[in-house]
Ligand binder design. Structure first.
Ligand SMILES: Nc1ncnc2c1ncn2[C@@H]1O[C@H](COP(=O)(O)OP(=O)(O)OP(=O)(O)O)[C@@H](O)[C@H]1O
Length: 415
């Protein structure tokens, strides 16, 4: 009876103040902003020659604005190289940002040094992609999972060994395996060890960077479900990074879609799946297999994108997706679309969004690259794309028939 409870309760290190160093003392209520990121940038310098002169920079993360609310899971998706891992390492402060601001529970942590970060380290933890390389092969599981206590100088109730064994049980491992080494475990089990280590200090925010992509598909769901269960039971807040939507699909409350260092769409999961607005999101979603036997004969509407992701050293002007987008017009090459809330719960950075009225209806001439990209699109996808935008435009113009209003800025007061 009490075994279940025992298996899921991590005692807060409550006897001592939650944080020394004057950070916070009180847990945020569910839904309150836990992490706030404004204009976040990371440019990796490219140096050349004997004198190591800087000749350019990789714009890995180039101006991100988002919030993570207490108790939620924010999924972050995007193709390889779009800056997801860099973003994860910036918000956990494993990397120093080039610009912008990171606030954790209202406190500016953007440039905190090692000692300033120490109290925060226990509140923000990271789970890494590769469970093979992220665990020291020469240390026992007990030492690995117990390391955070040593690093933070925390003595859990009942001692480190007892607490580590309890943590192993929480993540579904045998506590008797305390003295074993990482190579004695499978990939899935190793990832569980990584999760136990991340949970040791009872963190508030866990950033999981591709937590299952190195695992066998059959094991992936188990680890994702474990993360989900732990969140319910421990009230954790997650940022889960993945390269496709299938991993984050079921566990995320909101999803941020990244492309070349920028967020192009940030929306509630339901809205994103029902009606994605950024053409790039639509393309990513079309690549997710739908495990529905009734649809097994359905015609594939997979959207193939033309070309590769451009180099983050010199990203395209205007909208960075314009070189691969089937809707790109002149304005897309010159003007960067801001991330706007087009409807409650859905922010999009696009001049010609899907499932919404056109933001630049005067600009109708497709670029040559867009015409090329169009050729790679299935007819149904193309038709649907035109129809949904036209339908929303029609609804909006009907609604706005009386007072003239701008769709993207709420008109509540006027109505
Ligand atoms: N330390 C570094 N020095 C220079 N460039 C870097 C460094 N780390 C990352 N980059 C570059 O920054 C860009 C973003 O990399 P990042 O690893 O954040 O992308 P990602 O979306 O997580 O990709 P992946 O899924 O392949 O890890 C890439 O072009 C990458 O080559």
């Amino acid at each position: 009876m009490s075994d279940d409870e025992k298996a899921v309760t991590i005692p807060a290190q409550a006897d001592e103040p939650q944080l020394q160093g004057g950070t916070l003392t009180k847990d945020p209520a569910p839904g309150e902003v836990l992490l706030k990121v404004t204009g976040l940038q990371k440019h990796f310098p490219i140096k050349k020659g004997l004198l190591q002169r800087q000749v350019g920079a990789v714009h890995a993360v180039d101006g991100l604005d988002f919030e993570v609310r207490s108790g939620e899971t924010l999924g972050v998706v995007g193709e390889s190289g779009c800056g997801k891992s860099t973003m994860g390492r910036l918000i956990t402060r494993l990397l120093e940002p080039t610009g912008g601001k990171i606030e954790f529970e209202g406190k500016d942590i953007t440039h905190l040094g090692v000692s300033g970060m120490r109290p925060l380290r226990r509140n923000v933890q990271m789970i890494f992609q590769d469970p093979y390389s992220s665990l020291n092969p020469r240390h026992t599981i007990g030492t690995i999972v117990g390391a955070p206590f040593k690093l933070q100088g925390v003595e859990p109730e009942g001692g480190v060994k007892k607490e580590v064994q309890r943590l192993l049980e929480v993540v579904g491992l045998n506590p008797e395996h305390y003295n074993r080494y990482p190579h004695e475990f499978s990939g899935g089990q190793r990832q569980r060890i990584g999760i136990a280590r991340a949970l040791a200090l009872n963190p508030k925010l866990v950033v999981a960077d591709e937590p299952v992509s190195a695992l066998d598909v059959s094991i992936q769901a188990q680890v994702v479900n474990l993360l989900d269960d732990l969140q319910q039971e421990l009230g954790l807040t997650y940022v889960i990074i993945a390269h496709d939507l299938s991993v984050v699909r079921h566990v995320s409350d909101r999803i941020a879609v990244m492309y070349l260092g920028k967020i192009v769409e940030l929306a509630d999961r339901e809205l994103l799946y029902k009606a994605p607005m950024h053409p790039y999101t639509k393309a990513l979603m079309s690549a997710v297999p739908i495990p529905d036997p009734r649809r097994k004969n359905a015609k594939s509407d997979r959207i193939l994108l033309q070309g590769d992701v451009p180099s983050p050293i010199s990203p395209p002007s205007g909208c960075r997706f314009h070189t691969r987008c089937w809707k790109a017009t002149q304005i897309c090459t010159t003007t960067e679309p801001p991330l706007l809330q087009l409807q409650p719960g859905q922010q999009v950075a696009c001049h010609h969004p899907e499932n919404f009225a056109d933001q630049a209806p005067q600009d109708t001439v497709l670029l040559t690259v867009a015409k090329e990209a169009e050729k790679l699109l299935g007819e149904t996808a193309l038709q649907e794309s035109a129809e949904t935008s036209a339908a929303v435009a029609a609804t909006l113009s009907e609604e706005a028939a009386e007072p003239v209003s701008e769709p993207e800025t709420g008109t509540d007061e006027e109505k």
